[in-house]
Design a protein around this ligand. Structure first.
Ligand code: MG
Ligand code: MG
Length: 250
């Protein structure tokens, strides 16, 4: 069942989203060669908990051990922070975080170049971020879920990259994962009609190579089958009467 939110509930989510945006901005500045993904996780957890009422949403969610998902290079999402995963110059790391604040969740992700990356990786980051912006622009009342996914897909495929189909965005609110699913592909005017009060996480996952994925033996980390690099950007967005409100914008 889809849980539409009141303006008051959306205001609370936006307050939490502000803390989450500040967390990711801080982490983007912290990323550097030589640090481990567990270092990043510790910094994130401390920062989130320093805001009264805010807790890291991922910690313990479905049994996940970290406050962040940290996914390097060919890892798409759900990488587990580890002391053994040390960032190197030229890597790319997706940092995905969620927080719970006054009973409501927000979810956001960014992908960061570690030091200097090759031009194709830099293009991957730019295109994935642009595809998220296109998806958000299509997230307005009267449009359908297919308009969001279709907008993401058009940007990605025009650039010669591929959209991951095995993983999708989602509704979010009092639960971290709510209905509906929000695919990053689709056709205009298809799927659920968007109405004010709908709150969704839009999160394109984009691969340089093919879209196929597999899960590593740790049962969490999802990687590209062909070993190509992947990027992930995400915002929590509320559909409003007049358009939308990005609740995790910096
Ligand atoms: Mg996320
Ligand atoms: Mg999400």
């Amino acid at each position: 069942m889809i849980q539409l939110k009141s303006v008051r509930e959306i205001d609370v989510m936006a307050e939490g989203g502000k803390i989450l945006a500040a967390t990711l901005q801080m982490l983007r500045r912290e990323v550097k060669p030589g640090m481990s993904t567990l270092d990043l996780d510790a910094i994130a957890e401390e920062f989130i908990r320093s805001h009264p009422g805010a807790t890291p949403a991922f910690k313990g969610l479905y049994g996940f051990p970290g406050s962040l998902c940290t996914s390097i290079n060919q890892e798409i999402v759900h990488g587990i922070p580890s002391k053994k995963r040390v960032l190197r110059d030229g890597d790319v790391i997706s940092i995905d975080a969620g927080i719970r604040f006054q009973g409501y969740f927000t979810d956001s992700a960014t992908t960061v170049a570690v030091g200097t990356v090759d031009p194709e990786t830099a293009r991957l980051l730019a295109v994935t971020e642009e595809s998220l912006a296109a998806g958000i622009a299509a997230a307005v009342p009267g449009n359908h879920l297919g308009d969001i996914g279709g907008a993401v897909q058009r940007v990605v495929e025009a650039a010669g990259f591929s959209v991951v189909r095995d993983l999708v965005g989602h509704g979010i609110g009092a639960e971290f994962h709510e209905e509906p699913q929000v695919p990053n592909y689709g056709k205009p005017k298809r799927g659920l009609k968007l109405v004010p009060g709908l709150t969704i996480a839009i999160e394109p996952m984009v691969n340089i190579g093919g879209p196929a994925t597999r899960t590593l033996p740790d049962k969490w980390t999802i990687v590209t089958v062909d070993g190509s690099r992947s990027a992930h950007f995400e915002h929590t967005v509320a559909i409003t009467e007049t358009g939308n409100r990005v609740l995790t914008a910096a």
